[in-house]
Ligand binder design. Structure first.
Ligand code: NAD
Ligand code: MN
Length: 819
């Protein structure tokens, strides 16, 4: 082609990135072994699988397939390395992380080409996005290693972490997992996705180059059903960090339930991309390209649902089609390509199947006229219009370059459609009216909201989901807490130190504070003076009902439970709540969701008011504790006063547990807002009938959640005595709901309920497991004690940030600015 011809046509010529270096590196290492204890180790079963290039369909190389024996070996290497790595000073760990970041940059070209070859994504993306972000994650976390001691006092590493990642951003997902784990002093066994092991193996080589101590990072390649499951089920793993599909996330929650393994899940999505009629449509079109055709749409937070205001829908769709005609699809190593290959023929087929279903369900399909390469797993950019909100296309994650369009008329309708999904990973909002955009952002149920932008990521800004998109965050300070645990917990019963589950609450109390001894003399003293009123009359019978929607409600069953104190003395009766009562309570809690929008100042006022009204009756509440526990009066009074102090603490925290503003490398700001989780189920501990109850309810409502609490079944009267306190303290109806009854059965109903967003459970080890298992119905968050005690009187164990973090989730709102 002559220069004149090129000027005439303005066509792109081929501009391939050389692959010779990468192919030579592959040849050198063939077949790839497992990376265990800093050594290349052959798999015990001598089994290997093929990794191929999706753009050609041809095999690239052979990679070891680990099985249980290999995973055992890797876990014991990590276990052996843990004591010394966890005690390595933060500054030293920072030096290693810094060295890793530098080495990533030195090998950037090779890593980018390897990633393109193995995954099929374009070199433009691996070179400009994946690899630079990988380096950024290690730099950022080198900083947290350096600062851990001063910025996370009272926290320790979790231990040995098993990490499982998907194939869509192979090295980037590795970085998101390994960088914070090492920064916080953990050791790691990581399993890459089967289709994309190569950059993880190059990363292993970098571990050798920087001289990381043996066993700190181990990489076991292999199949989900062997290596993956062995890792999840390994008894000597302290935490599993998983990124992948919601379906597999669910199975991992099930497999680990009750084991005490810490768990973070980054799952699927069906994120809305909302366009208002005052948006700049040319920017919107480029935004859509980045939202759904970036990485062939194989992005968990892809803007796969285009919600466009009805009056501009036609104009936008026409512009979009014109732009789609210009998208270039082909050889991922060609620097001028916009779209590469789908990771495997199987994934390509799944996309095709969903597209076929969409057509069958009546949606209108449109694809550009440009041809897809015939070899390899390519799929054309695809646009659907005339999509019904409840159809498969609008609800199911396609994980491919397929955009579905829906329309809306008003902002309220946009929010409603946007939130009409089981997921909640991300959302984009496009409008030139910043007031509108910032009004919509907090209303969207999603972990990241991008204003007039999309698919922006940075190590400083946490990323993660709401609802069935999972729990836990990666990046930012909040991401660090996934890799640490409170030091007191580690000291008392670290997994590695051998967990001794308390069998019943009495033991818990003794184990945790030595206050469990029954003071029988106090009981006798008390019954002599107080049980009768001095004139020989019996006390007036009082049967507390349930507390639902601000009203005292009779239990549905019509039954009540007899509450006896120590020595078998009958203290009274409480309602026996059942499934129906829980449902009513959850509904009331939902209706009260406006509480989350009340000002922090307002919520603080109400917490202070509760304390004021409770304080006025402290002697009565203390006597009630004596009755139920036979502890001394002084001891009981101390519990009441500690409860008052706790209410004051959370009143204080309401307007002090604030978000932050991040400074990623972009012109703009990222607002990290702490939001309430929604409706919380609370199963209260047996030790400390009042303090245990207050310690859960207060942080939950302080942060704007509404609650359904199950008081201690052994000593529920301190909680039911609070009804009157709440009624006189301006607590809005439905913010606090209380259902007395059998803890295990009621907890299970709460944990299974689809409108409960998180479940806290402080009871037995078996009950904890049951809650974790029941939570998989809607992948709700859980916080359980595995039957272990906690000293509720102690401020370190009984209140503070651990509770506040469990009561909130972070939403990152990205606000780029400038013309
Ligand atoms: P996947 O769930 O099939 O596999 C993910 C990883 O888990 C792979 O390494 C796989 O080998 C392993 N695995 C599968 N079954 C397992 C089991 N039973 N036990 C242990 N390990 C098992 O997902 P995928 O197809 O690789 O990735 C696509 C999915 O990942 C999409 O749903 C996407 O939305 C999600 N994703 C989420 C994020 C996020 O941050 N939220 C990021 C990327 C991808
Ligand atoms: Mn591959």
């Amino acid at each position: 082609m002559s220069i004149m011809e090129i000027f005439e046509t303005m066509a792109y010529g081929p501009a391939p990135e050389a692959s010779s270096l990468a192919l030579a590196w592959i040849k050198e290492h063939e077949p790839f072994q497992l990376f265990i204890n800093n050594e290349w180790t052959a798999p015990a079963a001598e089994s290997y699988f093929e990794s191929s290039n999706p753009a050609t369909g041809k095999g690239l190389t052979k990679v070891a397939a680990a099985d249980k024996a290999d995973v055992d070996k890797a876990v014991s290497a990590a276990r052996k390395a843990f004591p010394s790595w966890s005690k390595t000073p933060g500054h030293v760990r920072a030096r290693y992380l810094y060295a890793i970041a530098r080495h990533i940059q030195k090998h950037a070209r090779l890593l980018a080409v390897l990633e393109s070859l193995d995954n099929g994504k374009t070199i433009r993306e691996t070179r400009d996005l994946d690899i630079p972000l990988v380096a950024r994650h290690f730099y950022y976390h080198a900083g947290w290693a350096q600062l851990m001691e001063s910025e996370l006092p009272g926290y320790q590493p979790v231990g040995v972490v098993g990490q499982i990642i998907p194939w869509n951003f192979p090295l980037l997902m590795l970085a998101w997992k390994i960088a914070p784990a090492l920064a916080m002093g953990n050791t790691v066994v990581l399993k890459p996705a089967r289709y994309t092991s190569l950059t993880a193996l190059k990363f292993a080589e970098i571990m050798q180059e920087v001289g990381l101590p043996a066993g700190v990072v181990n990489i076991v390649t292999g199949e989900a059903s062997k290596a993956g499951e062995a890792l999840v089920n390994h008894p000597d793993i302290d935490k599993i960090a998983f990124t992948g599909s919601t379906e597999v996330g669910r199975s991992i929650r099930k497999a680990t339930a009750g084991s005490g393994k810490k768990l973070s899940l980054e799952l699927g999505g069906k994120s809305p991309f909302i366009v208002f009629d005052d948006a700049d449509l040319d920017s919107v079109v480029e935004g859509v390209v980045d939202a759904i055709w970036f990485n062939q749409g194989q992005v968990c937070c892809a803007g796969s649902r285009l919600l466009v205001q009805e009056n501009i829908a036609e104009r936008l769709i026409n512009k979009l089609r014109a732009r789609m005609e210009n998208l270039r699809i082909g050889d991922p190593l060609d620097k001028t390509m916009d779209i590469g290959a789908i990771v495997s023929p199987g994934q390509r087929q799944e996309i095709q199947n969903l597209v076929d279903i969409g057509v069958k369900e009546g949606a209108q399909l449109w694809q550009p006229s440009t041809a897809c390469p015939a070899d390899g797993s390519f799929f054309p950019p695809t646009l659907f219009t005339n999509v019904a909100p409840a159809s498969t296309l609008a609800q199911v994650e396609i994980f491919g370059p397929v955009l579905v369009t829906l329309t809306f008329r008003t902002p309220a309708e946009a929010v409603e459609i946007a939130n009409n999904t089981r997921y909640g990973l991300a959302a984009s909002v496009w409008s030139d009216n910043i007031n509108l955009a910032l009004d919509i952002a907090p209303k969207l149920k999603a972990g990241s909201v991008w204003i007039n932008s999309t698919n922006l990521f940075d190590a400083a800004c946490g990323f993660g989901g709401y609802r069935e998109s999972g729990y836990g965050r990666e990046g930012g300070k909040e991401g660090l807490y996934e890799y640490v645990k409170p030091a007191w917990l580690a000291a008392h019963h670290g997994r590695s130190g051998g967990v001794k589950a308390a069998t019943h609450a009495g033991e818990q109390m003794e184990a945790s504070n030595g206050n469990g001894a029954v003071h029988t003399d106090a009981l006798e003293e008390f019954s002599a003076t107080d049980a009768q009123d001095g004139y020989g009359f019996p006390p007036i019978d009082r049967t507390p009902k349930l507390f639902i929607g601000g009203k005292q409600a009779r239990p549905d069953s019509g039954y009540s439970l007899t509450i006896t104190g120590p020595g078998g003395r009958v203290l009274g009766e409480v309602g026996e709540g059942n499934r129906k009562d829980i449902r009513n309570a959850v509904e009331a809690a939902h209706k009260a969701s406006g509480w989350g929008g009340a000002s922090a100042h307002n919520r603080a006022q109400i917490l202070y008011y509760i304390a004021e009204n409770l304080g006025a009756r402290e002697a009565e509440f203390a006597r009630r504790i004596v009755e139920q526990t036979a502890r001394s009066y002084a001891d009981a009074l101390n519990e009441v006063r500690t409860s008052l102090s706790r209410l004051f603490s959370y009143a204080a925290w309401t307007d002090k547990f604030e978000g932050s503003v991040h400074l990623p490398p972009l012109r703009g700001a990222v607002l990290a807002m702490k939001e309430p989780i929604g409706v919380l189920g609370l199963a209260c501990p047996d030790d400390y009938p009042l303090l245990g109850f207050v310690s859960l309810v207060a942080p939950a409502i302080a942060m704007g959640n509404t609650v359904v609490a199950i008081p201690s079944p052994r000593a529920p009267l301190s909680a039911t005595d609070c009804y009157q306190v709440f009624e006189t303290s301006d607590v809005p109806a439905g913010v606090i709901n209380i259902v007395t009854g059998e803890r295990e059965a009621l907890s299970k109903v709460l944990a299974e309920h689809h409108d409960v967003n998180s479940m806290w459970y402080f009871g037995s080890a078996e009950g904890s497991k049951a809650v974790e298992l029941a939570s998989i119905s809607n992948m709700k968050r859980t916080w359980v004690n595995y039957g272990r005690g906690r000293n509720w009187l102690d401020r370190v164990q009984g209140e503070g940030e651990e509770f506040l973090r469990e009561a909130t989730q972070v939403k990152n709102i990205w606000v780029p600015y400038g013309e």
